[in-house]
Design a protein around this ligand. Sequence first.
Ligand SMILES: Cc1cc2nc3c(=O)[nH]c(=O)nc-3n(C[C@H](O)[C@H](O)[C@H](O)COP(=O)(O)O)c2cc1C
Length: 186
Amino acid sequence: MIRIGIIIGSTRPGRKAEAVARWVHGVATTRSDAEFELVDIKDFDLPLLDEPMPPAAGKYSQPHTRAWAAKVASFDAYVFVTPEYNHGPSGALKNAIDYLYREWNNKAAGFVGYGSAGGTRAVEQLRLVMGELLVADVRAQVALSLFTDFENFSTFKPAPTHEKSMNVMLDQVVGWGTALKSLRKE
Ligand SMILES: Cc1cc2nc3c(=O)[nH]c(=O)nc-3n(C[C@H](O)[C@H](O)[C@H](O)COP(=O)(O)O)c2cc1C
């Protein structure tokens, strides 16, 4: 069975990301075709990228980079749970992505976005980033609305239909994450 990391894409105090990611994890763990783990980038205390060598060289000098690299490397695929900040992903998520290179290569990813327009503009930007990292990003995505999936714009109460779209997205992530295994062995 492949391992899928559910990455919490906000480190902001009072973030909505954690509730959304816990919901994703809850739905995902009812499935039996993959193992799922919540990954909180906040736990890794990553400063703004402070490695002297480009990540593609894989020569990491900082303990926080090595810890983050080991965690990311342990997965076959990812689900990025992303807010939308100024029509893009959070700086914290982009920074965490930029820290590494090979650990992301030849893996699959899906997205759960949230915002006034379902976080779709942040997800579109992340899709461009995935191309450079050799991550195969799946078509299906979950788009949660601040207006209808959060009570008073704060308490997370997702509409039931999102569970269905999440499982379609996860079907695709499991499929591609499994198919790319042969490339990762090379
Ligand atoms: C710096 C900043 C910029 C934002 N820009 C947008 C935006 O462009 N589009 C949008 O839909 N929401 C935007 N929002 C609202 C966020 O979607 C909302 O605050 C959400 O809760 C952020 O996710 P988080 O709580 O997990 O950090 C922005 C919020 C912040 C803090």
